[in-house]
Design a protein. Structure first.
Length: 114
């Protein structure tokens, strides 16, 4: 497959700068910083807050609720792995999911009613 074919098959979107002020952005959105990961649903985003640490939190957002995205300085781990980071501005009051790792029985006890 040639380079021309690969370039022709891609979907390209023009980068559009955020037209409002930072004050307006803070009024309608909340910022989350982390590393983006692929989600099984193409309409969702997965953001890892501390991608190089085992105790990081993952957030799941709908892509339509992201108002703005900004590049942030990348992180480099002790083994030389580099992770790109972004700041996502997510619309206030939009539904989202927060996921945190834990060890069953040590960090979280079983439900007594189960």
């Amino acid at each position: 497959m040639s380079v021309q074919t690969l370039l022709g098959e891609g979907d390209f979107f023009a980068v559009q700068p955020y037209q409002k002020s930072l004050h307006d952005l803070e009024a309608e959105a909340v910022a989350f910083i982390g590393s983006l990961r692929q989600h099984y649903n193409p309409h969702m985003l997965l953001l890892l807050t501390r991608p190089l640490e085992p105790q990081g939190t993952a957030f799941e957002f709908r892509s339509e609720d992201v108002i703005c995205a900004e590049e942030q300085p990348s992180l480099t781990g002790p083994n030389g792995v580099t992770v790109e980071r972004v700041r996502l501005w997510v619309r206030k009051s939009s539904p989202a999911m927060r996921m945190e790792p834990f060890r069953v029985g040590r960090d979280v006890l079983a439900d007594e009613d189960a």
